[in-house]
Design a protein around this ligand. Structure first.
Ligand code: ZN
Length: 364
């Protein structure tokens, strides 16, 4: 067999995993970032992508932590291709050899796209633990209003400063909790794809995502109380779940029908609620459809201090019903329980009322 054919055959039967090379979780990470980069053989100059607020509040500290590295900054205002282009431009102008993404999900996603396009490594330095994008090989962008996901490379290094994560607004961390429990129903949807559509299913990555979700559920109270052990558990679970996506080679273990509902809500009720708040609540509803213990899921949201009712984040019952009906059309190829059931409005209404995630809040 000619070599080119062998290569093709191998790529057809092989499975590609893209993983971060280094993960560092500590209490003084940004003060030591320069040292860590040297130790792990990252080269300068570094191009630091960050939101303007993050730069104003913590820029000097990060700059001091980078020590002898030559550095330049670029502001990221929106999760768009255009923002990625401006990071790429800065990298070229400064001949940067490493991109450091210092900020929330938006900054990290833009930096993932930019660093891949200019073919230099990216270091993810999250300032909040609000979702699993801190380590996954996917970026959520939004150019003309409609959010979409892009395959990128995972960050080469993830450097988490637990002190900074602990000081971030508590709502962000609760969002991270909601994004974590979503893995319970995401994995169930993936199983359905395997059983009913013959889709590739990775046992290991599915178990890793599920275990990470269970790990934070068991520590919901500690996370709600912002106890250091709880914060660390949440950060590690978010990293593991992004890694699970890297192992799976798709976002399947991390994102199922509950994420489709959240994406539909972004179109129906734009700007209402954080990603993790919506996915957490949608997980309660999808847990009931999948025959999981939705009451336990909802109780864990309550213990972690997350919203347990869409009304708390300004989303109405009608919006949620519309989102459930619309969700499967957003990704027709991504088979989930909502694709299987193709719910009508009346069924969706029964479901959201039964799980008490809408309507009067006295229902708790
Ligand atoms: Zn998510």
């Amino acid at each position: 067999m000619p070599e080119s054919q062998i290569e093709r055959a191998e790529s057809r039967s092989g499975h590609l995993m893209r993983l971060p090379r280094v993960v560092y979780v500590g209490g003084d990470t940004i003060d030591r970032l320069g040292e860590l980069l040297v130790r792990e053989n990252f080269e300068g100059p570094v191009c630091i992508a960050s939101g303007p607020n993050v730069r104003r509040m913590m820029g000097d500290r990060l700059a001091a932590g980078l020590k002898t590295f030559e550095m330049s900054w670029v502001d990221v205002f929106a999760p768009s291709e255009e923002a990625a282009r401006s990071v790429e431009k800065r990298v070229k102008e400064t001949n940067a050899k490493t991109v450091v993404a210092f900020g929330g999900g938006k900054t990290i996603d833009v930096a993932k796209v930019a660093s891949m396009n200019v073919n230099i490594p990216m270091v993810s330095v999250p300032t909040s633990a609000s979702h699993d994008g801190i380590s996954s090989p996917f970026a959520s962008l939004r150019d003309s209003g409609r959010p979409y996901s892009r395959v990128t490379l995972p960050p080469a290094m993830i450097a988490v400063d637990l002190g900074i994560i602990a000081e971030a607004p508590s709502r962000l961390m609760k969002g991270g909790f909601g994004d974590m429990i979503a893995k319970l129903t995401a994995v169930k949807d993936w199983e359905l794809g395997r059983d009913e559509r013959g889709e590739y299913f990775g046992d290991y990555s599915a178990n890793l995502a599920k275990m990470s979700a269970q790990h934070v559920m068991e520590r919901a109270q500690q996370i709600g109380d912002r106890i250091p052990d709880g914060i660390r558990a949440l950060v590690e679970a978010l990293i593991s779940s992004g890694v699970a996506a890297g192992i799976a080679g798709s976002s399947r273990p991390c994102s199922g029908s509950e994420h489709l509902i959240s994406h539909a809500l972004e179109l129906i009720a734009p700007g209402k609620g954080l990603h993790g708040e919506k996915t957490g609540l949608a997980t309660v509803i999808m847990a009931e459809l999948h025959g999981l213990d939705w009451i336990r899921v909802k109780h864990s949201l309550k213990m972690a201090g997350c919203p347990t009712n869409f009304q708390e984040i300004g989303i109405t019952e009608e919006d949620v019903i519309k989102a459930i009906v619309m969700a499967p059309s957003l990704r027709p190829e991504r088979y989930t329980i909502l694709h299987k059931l193709q719910m009508e409005e009346a069924e969706a209404r029964n479901l959201v009322r039964h799980t008490e995630v809408v309507g009067p809040m006295a229902s708790e």
